[in-house]
Design a protein around this ligand. Structure first.
Ligand SMILES: Cc1ncc(COP(=O)(O)O)c(C=O)c1O
Length: 401
């Protein structure tokens, strides 16, 4: 089954404990027993299932999990347990993974630029019917490769102006207003389901970003003059980090519902493609301090591992010291920066991460809110390709609501 692993650049992770929720260990107990010298990824299936349940119940439409955010099978299982039945896949590998795990899942292929073989494989081998595009050439490619497939869903990705999101996604994909109008008209006769989608950018703290985007989508739909079956409001729903306290998810759903109702499109269904909001709180990594130099800690994971967002993007993750034996850690907290294990000086994370002032070599640090865009971004750079995966029963490091 190794082909189902998307992390081909790293050695397969091992699951130490996979049993009933109540029997899962606590992170601190595991560290005390195992004393891990390699990064240890800790999944919280119950936290992920709860986040999924809350999103599915609150969002006024279908919830498609953006698999790229964390494709770990244990994560997908927890999402399924939480009621997620729709998946936004970006590649043939993700499609195959989801279909193997969930024969009945609805899968949408939401990468706007696809290999021809990937379209065929998704359609023929995995029954995918929904495909996104933002250009006439990609529409022609999808139509050519899907032939006369019945029940085809064609979704136009609309470009948005740069918005308030922490991670801007406006530059790479999306059709302009006029191009989106032309694409909707061109696709309508070939589509059993016609859709319009957008993405406001990841970790978007402002619910009004969705209102503006939905208004723009409404203008495009009116100008196209064709019925649209799906309005896909993308991902971007934010979570908490130590310096960020986002509005509750309900505020985003309320804004989306109000803006959508104002469009008065009774035959149109809403979709969302959340990634971060479903899984961030459900993952952490335990790193070990290998050396301390002043207020800088050399730790065994870094920007080429699961801490990529802590590098150039400057994400701060909640940090807690784990010292199973010896002196109790100081109660005085100080700011620390990290260097990762590779020889690249870009492998630096400025944080600051707040830790007891006496943190020392050999201590462990758990970094939370790392279930999204963490472990799945690991590389084997410099040979640091080993990590473990364990399931734990700890709660979230920070509330996401
Ligand atoms: C097309 C698409 N949908 C959904 C997502 C998930 O976004 P987020 O994790 O911000 O919710 C992404 C992330 O890049 C994306 O590209």
């Amino acid at each position: 089954m190794s082909h189902l692993r998307v992390r081909s650049a790293v050695s397969p992770v091992r699951r130490a404990f996979a049993s009933f929720e109540a029997e899962l260990p606590l992170v601190a107990d595991l560290v005390a027993i195992e004393r891990p010298e390699e990064p240890m990824h800790c999944l919280r299936p119950a936290v992920i299932a709860d986040a999924a349940r809350a999103f599915v119940a609150g969002f006024p439409g279908d919830t498609l999990y953006a698999v790229k955010c964390n494709p770990e099978p244990a994560v997908l299982r927890a999402l399924w347990d939480g009621g997620v039945r729709h998946f936004d896949c970006a590649s043939a590998g993700e499609v195959a993974l989801v279909r193997t795990m969930f024969p009945d899942a609805h899968i949408a292929f939401m990468h706007p630029v696809k290999a021809r073989g990937a379209i065929r494989e998704a359609l023929v081998r995995h029954g995918v019917r929904d495909f996104v595009f933002d250009d006439a050439s990609e529409l022609a490619k999808i139509l050519a490769e899907t032939g006369d497939a019945a029940d085809l869903g064609l979704v136009v990705r609309l470009a948005l102006p740069k918005g308030p999101a922490v991670l801007d996604l406006s530059g790479k994909f999306g059709a302009s207003h006029d191009d989106a109008v032309a694409l909707l008209r061109a696709a309508r006769p070939r589509a059993a389901r016609l859709g319009l989608s957008f993405h406001v950018g990841s970790q978007c703290l402002d619910p009004l970003a969705w209102r503006d985007a939905i208004q723009l989508a409404g203008e495009v739909i009116r100008a196209a003059g064709v019925p649209v079956d799906v309005l896909d409001v993308g991902g971007g729903f934010p979570v908490a980090y130590p310096d960020i306290d986002p509005p509750p998810l309900g505020a985003f759903f309320a804004e989306i519902e109000a803006a959508f109702e104002a469009l008065d499109l009774p035959g149109t269904r809403l979709w969302a493609e959340p990634g971060r909001a479903l899984v961030a709180a459900g993952g952490s990594v335990v790193v070990q301090v290998q050396m301390r130099r002043g207020s800088t800690l050399y730790v065994n994971d870094g920007v080429y591992g699961s801490l990529s967002d802590a590098g150039a993007l400057g994400f701060r993750f909640p940090a807690r010291l784990i010292r199973p034996e010896g002196r109790a850690p100081s109660e005085v907290l100080r700011p620390f920066a990290f260097f990762g294990p590779t020889c690249d000086s870009a492998d630096a994370m400025h944080g600051p991460f707040l830790l007891p002032e006496d943190v020392a070599e050999g201590d462990w640090i758990e970094l939370g809110q790392l279930g999204a865009y963490g472990a799945c971004l690991r590389t084997g750079f410099n040979g640091f390709d080993r990590a473990r995966l364990v399931e734990v029963r700890d709660g979230a490091a920070l509330g996401s609501d």
